[in-house]
Write a protein that binds this ligand. Sequence first.
Ligand code: NAP
Length: 239
Amino acid sequence: MTRILLVGKKGQIGWELFQSLGRIAVVVATDRSELNVTSRQDVFRVLETVKPDIVINATGYNDVDGAEANREDAVSVNVLANTLMAAASRQVKAFYLTYSTDYVFDGHKKIPYIESDQVNPLNVYGQTKLDGETAIISSGANFLILRTSSVFSLRRPCFLTSFLRRAQQAAQIQVRSDLVSSPTSARYLAEITTQIVSMGKDRSFEWLSKRKGIYHLAGTGIASRFEWAQAICTSLNLM
Ligand SMILES: NC(=O)c1ccc[n+]([C@@H]2O[C@H](COP(=O)([O-])OP(=O)(O)OC[C@H]3O[C@@H](n4cnc5c(N)ncnc54)[C@H](OP(=O)(O)O)[C@@H]3O)[C@@H](O)[C@H]2O)c1
């Protein structure tokens, strides 16, 4: 059976992956206390001990606004960690899968971005995620990078949870109508990721390696934060 090392098991996507991957593989899952992805020593020690067929890195520095003031932290988790994890994956002959973001684009395109579109991040978060992608590509590892958008779940802070919290506290809330994305359920992402890694059955490394690269994987809808808030209110009868 395929052996998967899941890193970041307590995050939005990581937690959902932990639930779904167990159906198709032997899963060793770590949180920050078991594997700090910015520590070379941790990364190589754990990968060499676990000897996985596939490494799934579900960690990230995701505070888009916070990254402007905390560039070093964002670089550590989004760039350095991917450099280390991809290098260690290559060394132990594991396939490397991780997630990136629509923030690698500048948002000027009026229709959904495709993989071959020109990247042009406008903020520190987007730049660090793009630099992480570049580090993975140049590592020589076999990899999949799944670019996704506005991930939501009820487990960790995200637009859905912050809007619900604010809706309980105030009669009126201001929500941006100019920030448009494709809201994506963490559970959906985890289920599709699980299907992808199961496609190669017992030859997952070879199967995935033939398809390595960057792919876009997000919810099919498009909504501004305002439209998203309206949809939440409608579905919960809040209006
Ligand atoms: N959220 C989004 O809207 C979104 C959109 C596009 C792409 N993505 C990408 O998807 C991936 C997962 O995002 P998510 O939404 O699931 O994020 P999340 O809920 O914030 O989870 C991130 C996880 O990373 C862990 N982590 C952070 N620094 C670490 C370190 N140095 N060592 C070990 N673990 C560390 C956190 O640990 P703690 O639990 O200890 O904090 C947390 O469990 C990230 O690569 C992100 O960039 C997310």
